[in-house]
Design a protein around this ligand. Structure first.
Ligand SMILES: Nc1ncnc2c1ncn2[C@@H]1O[C@H](COP(=O)(O)OP(=O)(O)O)[C@@H](O)[C@H]1O
Ligand SMILES: [Mg+2]
Length: 439
């Protein structure tokens, strides 16, 4: 009775095993096939009878032999199951196109399990199951692809936003410079006239004072000869009360200092005029190397004790420019570099071309520029130097001169790592729009 039931059960279990949508293989310790089910027969094209007794690697030569062997040995020795997923080994078994796989997927993705089949406490067989994970894998791979696409788009967008921000910052900067330029031009014009006549009056005043002192000296000499002793004493007392000697000396000092102050004001006004290009010179085709060298000569006193100048000049074509104004730019950049150098350091001058552009680069081994200062560098009157040492006009003047040449003035710097200023200029200026036809 029991055995009849067993037989029925056995037959039904076998039917289930045969028809289950899962590859089932029974292997002995030599990796020989004991049995496989219909799934295996359909996908491999070989019947269970055909392969019984064959070593698995003969039937599937593509299998990674060492790896499978190790897995099998592990299961036999440890009596534990082993597993591998499609992410680790996508296509362990190369089934010849038996599955209606559509789309881009050409081979079945598989999850495989090595199960110990234990009899009387020892592993007798390994039951290897193979499940078809193609659908999940295809979906997940597609998701990953889309995700990557999204990420690429995201970083592209971030790049574009940065570019936009840069462009906006540049626009703001040039708008600001234009507005400040107009303001500076107005202020310079207003200050220029009064300073002009104060300066010229001052020269007359100085020479008058000199004349007056001369006259007083004559009186003093005459008085010293005077026979009336009371008068002589009176005059001496008057001189002492006034502290005449000090007054005379101090007056000369005051006049000299005031003249220096006035000259400084004149220089600032001149810088402002340059900055707002009230006076523009003539456009010429100039050799920038000559300009650089002559500028270096003019300022050699300022730099020779602080920095060694290293030149690395490339080939430069003649450049259409306002030569003297460009020299002023070079001067500002080089002097700034020298100011930034505390210990004896180096200033590098590099020139070269890139396409239709030429560049002049001034690099220094100085103190560098703080990030919060970088954005304000080109503003007029922005200076980090002590009162009386910096006017904060050098870079703003330079900026506007370069802009007038349709060029760019770039800066890169980090604190403690020196600074690099690069002047970019087009070889030739764009043609001016012709004036409208009369009539
Ligand atoms: N090569 C440089 N290294 C470090 N800081 C610099 C350099 N060039 C310019 N700067 C900074 O930019 C500021 C503005 O320069 P500038 O317009 O020439 O005015 P000024 O030299 O009168 O201060 C300087 O005060 C300084 O802080
Ligand atoms: Mg300066």
């Amino acid at each position: 009775m029991t055995s009849a039931l067993d037989e029925v059960l056995h037959a039904e279990l076998l039917a289930v095993l045969q028809s289950i949508n899962l590859g089932v293989l029974l292997l002995d310790s030599q990796c020989r096939v004991v049995f496989w089910n219909d799934f295996m027969a359909i996908h491999s094209g070989k019947d269970s009878d055909e392969v019984r007794g064959l070593v698995l690697f003969e039937v599937f030569p593509e299998l990674p032999r060492l790896w499978v062997q190790k897995k099998m040995d592990g299961v036999f020795a440890l009596q534990n199951l082993a597993f591998t997923s499609w992410q680790q080994r996508p296509h362990l078994f190369h089934f010849p196109g038996s599955r209606p796989i559509t789309g881009l997927t050409e081979m079945m993705y598989q999850n495989c399990t090595f199960l110990p089949v234990i009899e009387a406490g020892v592993v007798k067989y390994v039951c290897l199951t193979i499940s078809d994970a193609t659908d999940i894998a295809a979906q997940q791979l597609e998701l990953e692809r889309l995700n990557q696409l999204l990420n690429e788009e995201k970083s592209e967008q971030a790049r574009l936003i940065r570019k936009l921000e840069d462009a906006q910052a540049q626009l703001l900067q040039s708008e600001k410079m234009a507005a400040i330029g107009q303001l500076a031009a107005g202020v310079a014009h207003e200050i220029n006239n009064p300073v002009g006549y104060v300066y010229s009056n001052f020269s007359s005043l100085s020479s008058y004072v000199e004349d007056l002192f001369g006259l007083i000296k004559t009186y003093q000499d005459a008085a010293a000869q005077h026979p009336d002793a009371t008068l002589r004493t009176q005059l001496q007392q008057a001189e002492q009360t006034l502290d005449y000697d000090f007054l005379q000396k101090d007056m000369v000092d005051l006049l000299r200092e005031s003249r220096q102050g006035l000259e400084r004001v004149k220089q600032i006004v001149q810088d402002l005029r340059d900055f707002s290009h009230i006076d523009s010179g003539d456009w010429q085709m100039a050799d920038l190397h000559k300009g650089l060298d002559s500028t270096l000569n003019v300022i050699s006193n300022e730099i020779k004790f602080k920095a060694e100048v290293m030149k690395s000049y490339g080939e430069l074509p003649l450049v259409q420019c306002l030569g003297s104004q460009l020299n002023q730019v070079f001067m500002n950049l080089i002097i700034n570099a020298a100011h930034a150098i505390e210990q004896p350091g180096t200033i590098w001058l590099e020139t070269g071309t890139e396409g239709d552009w030429v560049f002049v680069r001034v690099r220094d081994s100085g103190s560098g520029i703080a990030p919060e200062h970088l954005a304000r560098l080109f503003e007029p009157f922005f200076t980090t130097k002590p009162v009386g040492q910096g006017t904060g006009l050098g870079l703003s003047v330079s900026y506007s001169i370069v802009a007038k040449h349709h060029g760019r003035l770039e800066v890169a710097s980090e604190l403690g790592k020196g600074a690099v200023f690069t002047v970019w200029l087009p070889r030739s200026q764009p043609p001016q729009p012709s004036p409208p036809e009369p009539g």
